[in-house]
Design a protein around this ligand. Structure first.
Ligand code: HEM
Ligand code: HEM
Length: 181
């Protein structure tokens, strides 16, 4: 989360540990499979959904014990961090961060929450008490559409912010290394 001056990222800095990177791309895989490939509601869909939830829960644990920039303490979007970031953006500056920028972190927490809610609403549909409930299917569908929209914004923001900050953010999520260009 530390705002870095451009000198700091002139040399490559290792920021994302393997857990964070494997978590991220596995999560993307599960969500895309459930949105576009697997039959809605079938066993494989349920498995992919539960794996996504397990990944999110493991990531929450990693947020307490993981490497420096993986920790919530490093990037949790507190009001202070958010307002400092928004102030910089209003002044036309795009500070670089070694870890997550606070607005992006807010979106990431939202994405993870949506995935847990999808798991919960999916699971409930298979229980005796809620089997066949129309409103639950609709809720699951609305959450899935919300996730798709939010993930699209998130991916677009990663590309745009990377350009503005002059850092390969997407590349860093693959290699683990951030560097100015
Ligand atoms: C990452 C998590 C998940 C995503 C992104 C997701 C996404 C979706 C999508 C896009 C649909 C089709 C909705 C429609 O247009 O009707 C659907 C349907 C369904 N999903 Fe999931 N799902 C997830 C997790 C789960 C889990 C964990 C379960 C059950 C254990 C589940 C059970 C169902 C069922 C039964 C349907 C068919 C009924 C309905 O439309 O609600 N899903 N899901
Ligand atoms: C279903 C789709 C997606 C979901 C649910 C998702 C979720 C997340 C989450 C939870 C994080 C936080 C990572 C962590 O600290 O462990 C994250 C970070 C990130 N994601 Fe995604 N993501 C998705 C798609 C994408 C795509 C398609 C791209 C590439 C264009 C992307 C690029 C990034 C980048 C660059 C970061 C790190 C941003 C930074 O440097 O602060 N994501 N994503």
């Amino acid at each position: 989360m530390t705002p870095a001056n451009h000198d700091l990222l002139r040399n490559p800095v290792k920021v994302w540990d393997p857990f964070v990177r494997i978590f991220h791309w596995s999560l993307v895989g599960c969500v895309l499979l459930n949105q576009f490939v697997l039959e809605a509601g079938e066993t494989a869909h349920q498995w992919a959904g539960y794996i996504a939830c397990a990944l999110v829960l493991a990531r929450v644990a990693w947020g307490f014990v993981g490497s420096r920039h993986a920790r919530f303490a490093d990037f949790f979007p507190t009001p202070g961090r958010l307002s400092a970031h928004l102030k910089a953006v209003r002044q036309g500056r795009h500070p670089q961060y070694l870890g997550h920028n606070p607005v992006a972190a807010l979106m990431m927490l939202g994405l993870m929450l949506l995935i847990l809610l999808l798991g919960g609403s999916g699971w409930l549909q298979g229980t005796d008490a809620f089997f066949g409930e129309e409103w639950l299917m609709e809720l699951h569908e609305v959450l899935a559409n919300g996730l798709l929209l939010a993930a699209g914004l998130h991916a677009a923001a990663a590309l745009v912010m990377g350009r503005l900050e002059r850092v390969g953010l997407v590349r860093a999520m693959i290699t683990g290394v951030k560097q100015s260009y």
